[in-house]
Ligand binder design. Sequence first.
Ligand code: ARG
Length: 244
Amino acid sequence: GGGESDKAGNAGESTIDRVKKAGKLVVGTATGYAPFEMVNLKEEFVGYDIDTAKAIGKALDVKVEFKEYSFDGLIAALQVGEIDMIVSGMTITGPRALSVSFPNPYYQTKQVMLLPDTDKTTKSWKELDQKGKKIATIIGTTGQIFAKANFKNAEFKDYREMPAAALAMLSGQLDAVIYDESSVRIWQKQNGKSHILDENISAENLGIAVAHNDLVTVQWLNSFLYSYLGGPQELASRSYWFES
Ligand code: ARG
């Protein structure tokens, strides 16, 4: 064994075995995605994904190290072996599963559209697909992929994090933000002056991503998640909904 093919996980040693030997699990995260990954006032990583990654480390009896990326950089970081897994609210999709492998999902969410309260008329995202309208999406996310596939006339503004996009919207620079419901709902509750369209744009399942075809690790994570998950109710009952 040894070398890059092992790191990539598709030959030789599994990630699980390598992590056990190293005594350390390196997890890729992209913060700004409440309640899954955030940085608190003490500059610590907190959130549901952070807890999940720590629980994985505990089950393997290894230390956990978090590395911060922008969301669109996570898959490349996994492919070159900078990180052992992505625990970052990543939606399981067919195209992504060509470059990474996903165990079973751990959470279900959907895309929603956030509008400023100064917009009192829009009832569907389709009405915003007009020349002169500016829609914010987060780089590399499923919300962006959806918007670019479905909006023909509106203009897009790309952001690295949802909170920055939503603030730009409140200051009048944008007409709407498309992003995962869980994150948007928390931001809306904390900041007000905005509302969420009562329309389902897409249903999505979030999964942990590991090296492509590392089936030993996929299988281990499925077993881990089977006993670890308390379900969505359990997530809702946690306190980090209003942490910042
Ligand atoms: N679920 C969406 C996607 O997979 C957005 C995830 C954003 N996650 C994050 N940690 N910033 O594209």
